[in-house]
Structures are given as structure tokens and as C-alpha cells.
Write a protein that binds this ligand. Structure first.
Ligand SMILES: NC(=O)c1ccc[n+]([C@@H]2O[C@H](COP(=O)([O-])OP(=O)(O)OC[C@H]3O[C@@H](n4cnc5c(N)ncnc54)[C@H](O)[C@@H]3O)[C@@H](O)[C@H]2O)c1
Ligand SMILES: C[N+](C)(C)CCCC=O
Length: 508
């Protein structure tokens, strides 16, 4: 097993906001960090909490993408020949390393993404759990034996696809790289991963960890870049599958590109999910659920329940309590333990969210709290991309803030009267990623879950996502699933072997 020390992690150990500068190359293939070729196209990447330059992003071009894919292919030839137990052993070692270095990885994630350290630690925990889970599944992968007449038989083999591409979004940079690579590797595939150009730092740390754990050089590679690099990956003839997380418009392009090469795709796209709160709910839990559904990661979560439908009779109590709790959210230095909301990913994203809030006001919504740029008292945070979390009342279904994904800390509250009415309104969207219902009526809870058109329905909670449960969208929110046993289907293919035990029939 390779035992190379990690180059980067010690730097993150004592990092505080406003101090980190990442200088090491951020590409990784052939088992090592690789310097970018053409630095003339370099773009700054900012630390969200301070607006300071954290590192430079140099996109990979055609030759670099090709080198990464070829490196993946040669590793795939070795890795796919290992037994599930052998793969599992190495993956468990990777999970162990991540668990051991959880805090350093979480700090690096915070510096690049801006979310609070408490949340980032949870993300890293979900990450090693995901690797453990798929390591557990790897040795169980097997086919079927099918008896045929005359002693003949057939059997099926579950085989890997080959080189898989992962393209990630910026809201869960480390976790998304693992949601894709862990099931891919368990099935015997290799991966070339492209993180979002806004969060290039932690995917390459993952590559180093996999190497340290003992995967063959080239099994997990990182290429940096934006749309152009992503397109090179999607078009490459040696790529068997693209697993994409991002927006609906980009997802459509990825699907089109993959279709040209008849490559498999998984698409994890955006959402505008409904959260339905009935008057018979346990109100305190419903309020906590609404906060979980809207304000994790500064509201930049694909499955957030941003359309909060509240039964009219309890609307005043709900609003009073939810506003009180929202105002109490500690916004500020994301590396501070008591912070519960950090900075949005970029200045343009912050401005986009403010634009949605202004438009909501113009269209008749009432801001009950927040919705403004927040400047923490610490001078080093004065240029950070902070917003005060916002609750909007007087919302209508036809407003832009209710129809479009905002991807910021903005909760739209909508009153409703009956179950039938709210189901019709909740489903009146092209998205279908998630949904939620709070009620004490068990029959109603399951009826509503059955009738909501979404890939996930949370009953009496929101936004919990243990690795054991599948995650993915209906309608325009995506195709395929991540997590759970079912994801094996999306990273493997079935071969049928038919065995004749007698003579071939004399037909001609
Ligand atoms: N369903 C999920 O699991 C999930 C999880 C996280 C985020 N999201 C969604 O992601 C969106 C926010 O993320 P984003 O702003 O990074 O999305 P995005 O679509 O702009 O970018 C996603 C990724 O695609 C790459 N990309 C951009 N153009 C490309 C092209 N033409 N070809 C190939 N790759 C290309 C980007 O560089 C990035 O790595 C939101 O809509 C959110 O809901 C979904
Ligand atoms: C872990 N969560 C909260 C379910 C988010 C999954 C990734 C989506 O943006």
C-alpha cells in the first residue's frame, strides 16, 4: 500500500478565516498533483467569508483532459480485476483517513465554500460514511444463476462501466465528489472528477487520500475547469458515463453531449421543493424543520423546501415563531464554532439572491426579516458575501420567488386551506427533487407522500440524508439516483452468459 504523506492537510490544521492561500497544483492524475499547462487562462477563486483570493483556477485543456482519462483507463484495467473484498479493504482505509482528518478537511471546505464549520464537519462525516457504505456493498456485488432445459444454464455478471466522469456543484464540494466516486469505485470503475471552478480545493485532497489508502495511480483523478473542460470530458470517447450535479440548463447540455456518445448519465439537478405544514403538526418540530429546509449552507441546497405551505389556521403562530428563530441565527465567521450561517459562495451569487428578494417585494411579498447584506463586526469579514436569512410573507404561487430556484437563504411562506388544494399547488412545478410534510395524522402523512411528485418526501423532518437512502429527482430535477443500494445499478452493467451443456440444435 502506498504510504505517502498528504502534502496539503497540515496547512489546514490551524487555518483561520482570512489566512489561507493555496499554492499547490489542483489537478491530479497518474497518482500525483499536476501543474496546469496554460496559466494564461487563470481565474481567481475567492474565499467567501473575506472576498480575498484563495487560489488561482487554471482550466484544463484538451491534452490535460485526455491525459487524465487515459490515466483513469489504465487504473480501471487493474482495479476492475480486484475482488470486491480487495476493493473494500482499500476503500475502508480511505474512509478511516477521512475520519481521522475530518477537522482539517472541514476547515479547507469552509475556507473555499463559506459554510459554517459545524455543517462542514457533518458533510465530512457523511463523506466517510458513504465510502464505508459502498465498501460494504462491494463484496456483495454478484449475478444470478438461471437454470435452462437439459442442464444448460445462464448466469449474469455485474460488471463496471469503465471510466466514469463526475462533474460537481460548489455547495457540497467534498461530499459530492464522494457521492459519485464511492459507488463508482465499489463497482470497479475509475473516475475523472471535475469540481466546480468555484470550489477546486478539496477534491484534490480526496485524490491524495485515495492514493494514500492504496488505490492504483489514476483511479481517481481531478481536472479543474468550467464549462469548456466539462464539455471535453462529456465528449471524450473513452468515457462510459457522466454523473452530473448542477443546474437544470447545464444538465440538459450534459445529457445532449452524453447522448452523442450513447453514454449513461446520472443528473442531480435543481429544485423548488414544497414543505407542507398541517395545522395538526407538532409546531415546534415543524418550525425546526422549516429552518432545516431553508437555511443550511446559506440556503444553497438543491433539495431545500423553499415553498413553505402553512395551513391558514396556524399561520400567525408559525410566522411569529419562525421569524423569531430566523432572526436568532448567528451569521458570521464560518470557522467560529457558534456560527450557524456563513457566507454565500460568490459576490454574483449574493447579488443574484438580493435581486430575487427585491423582485419579490416588487411583486407584493412582505419581508418579515432579513434579506439584506450583512456586514459582521470583525473587520476581516467586511468584504465577505454574507446575507441575513430572510422570511417572505404574502407570497403567491405566481411570484418569481415561489417559482424559481433562488439558491440563497430565502423562505417563501404560502397559506393553504385543504389537503387537495395544497397537493395540486405543491406539484405545480417542473421540478421534483424533494418535498416534506409535517402532520400528526399518520394516514395523511403517507397519502401526501404518495401524491407528491418528488424523488424524496420527508415526513416530520427535512434535509436529513443518510447514505443508505436513495437521493434524486423526479421531473426536471434529474435522472438516476445517488446513495443507497440502487446506485450500484447506475455504475455497473449486467452481462448475461449463456452456457450450453448439450449439442447445438440442428435447425438448418
Ligand atoms: N440534485 C442535487 O443533488 C444537487 C446538488 C447540488 C447542487 N445542485 C444544483 O446545482 C445548481 C448549483 O450549482 P452550480 O451553480 O455549480 O451549477 P452549474 O450547472 O452552473 O455547474 C455545475 C457544474 O457543471 C459544470 N459545467 C458548466 N457548464 C458545463 C457544460 N457546458 N458542460 C459540462 N459541465 C459544465 C460547472 O463547471 C460545474 O462543475 C443548483 O441548481 C442546484 O440545485 C443539485
Ligand atoms: C445533504 N443534503 C442537505 C441533503 C444536501 C445534498 C446535496 C444537495 O445540494
Amino acid at each position: 500500500m502506498a504510504q505517502q504523506p498528504l502534502l496539503s492537510l497540515p496547512e489546514f490544521q490551524n487555518v483561520s478565516t482570512g489566512t489561507l492561500v493555496v499554492k499547490e497544483p489542483l489537478n491530479f492524475w497518474g497518482g500525483a498533483r499536476v501543474k496546469p499547462k496554460d496559466t494564461t487562462k487563470s481565474e481567481p477563486v475567492y474565499e467567501p467569508a473575506t472576498g480575498r483570493v484563495l487560489c488561482d483556477l487554471v482550466p484544463c485543456g484538451e491534452e490535460e483532459v485526455d491525459a487524465a482519462i487515459k490515466s483513469a483507463h489504465s487504473a480501471y484495467l487493474k482495479w476492475s480485476k480486484l475482488s470486491g473484498m480487495e476493493r473494500a479493504r482499500i476503500m475502508l482505509e480511505a474512509a478511516r483517513i477521512i475520519r481521522e482528518r475530518r477537522d482539517e478537511i472541514a476547515r479547507a471546505e469552509v475556507a473555499n465554500n463559506g459554510k459554517s464549520i459545524t455543517e462542514a464537519q457533518v458533510d465530512i462525516d457523511i463523506s466517510w460514511q458513504t465510502i464505508e457504505y459502498y465498501a460494504g456493498i462491494a463484496p456483495t456485488l454478484s449475478g444470478q444463476h438461471i437454470q435452462l432445459p437439459g442442464g444448460s444454464f445462464a448466469y449474469t455478471r455485474r460488471e463496471p462501466l469503465g471510466v466514469c466522469v463526475g462533474i460537481g456543484a460548489w455547495n457540497y464540494p467534498f461530499q459530492l465528489a464522494i457521492w459519485k466516486s464511492a459507488p463508482a469505485m465499489a463497482c470497479g470503475n475509475a473516475m475523472v472528477y471535475k469540481p466546480s471552478p468555484m470550489t477546486p480545493v478539496t477534491a484534490v485532497i480526496l485524490a491524495e487520500i485515495y492514493k494514500e489508502a492504496g488505490v492504483p495511480d489514476g483511479l481517481f483523478n481531478v481536472v479543474q475547469g468550467g464549462a469548456e473542460t466539462g464539455e471535453l470530458l462529456c465528449h471524450h470517447p473513452m468515457v462510459a458515463k457522466v454523473s452530473f450535479t448542477g443546474s437544470v440548463p447545464t444538465g440538459k447540455k450534459v445529457m445532449e453531449m452524453a447522448a452523442k456518445g450513447v453514454k449513461q448519465v446520472t443528473l442531480e439537478l435543481g429544485g423548488k421543493s414544497p414543505l407542507i405544514i398541517f395545522k395538526d403538526c407538532e409546531l415546534e418540530n415543524a418550525i425546526k424543520g422549516a429552518l432545516m429546509a431553508n437555511f443550511l449552507t446559506q440556503g444553497q441546497v438543491c433539495c431545500n423546501g423553499t415553498r413553505v405551505f402553512v395551513q391558514r389556521e396556524i399561520l400567525p403562530q408559525f410566522l411569529e415563531a419562525v421569524v423569531k428563530r430566523t432572526k436568532a441565527i448567528t451569521v458570521g465567521d464560518p470557522l467560529c464554532e457558534k456560527t450557524r450561517m456563513g457566507a454565500l459562495i460568490t459576490k454574483p451569487q449574493m447579488e443574484k439572491v438580493l435581486g430575487f428578494i427585491n423582485q419579490a417585494k416588487e411583486q407584493g411579498a412582505k419581508v418579515l426579516c432579513g434579506g439584506e447584506r450583512f456586514v459582521p463586526s470583525d473587520p476581516k469579514l467586511k468584504d465577505g458575501y454574507f446575507l441575513s436569512p430572510c422570511v417572505l410573507d404574502n407570497c403567491r404561487d405566481d411570484m418569481t420567488c415561489v417559482k424559481e430556484e433562488i439558491f440563497g437563504p430565502v423562505m417563501s411562506v404560502l397559506p393553504f386551506d385543504t389537503e387537495e388544494e395544497v397537493l395540486q399547488r405543491a406539484n405545480n412545478t417542473t421540478f421534483g427533487l424533494a418535498s416534506g410534510v409535517f402532520t400528526r395524522d399518520i394516514a395523511r402523512a403517507h397519502r401526501v407522500a404518495e401524491n407528491l411528485q418528488a424523488g424524496t418526501c420527508y415526513i416530520n423532518n427535512y434535509n436529513i440524508s443518510p447514505v443508505e437512502v436513495p437521493f434524486g429527482g423526479y421531473k426536471m430535477s434529474g435522472i438516476g439516483r445517488e446513495n443507497g443500494q440502487v446506485t450500484i445499478e447506475y455504475y455497473s452493467q449486467l452481462k448475461t452468459v449463456v452456457v450450453e451443456m448439450g449439442d447445438v440444435e440442428d435447425y438448418f
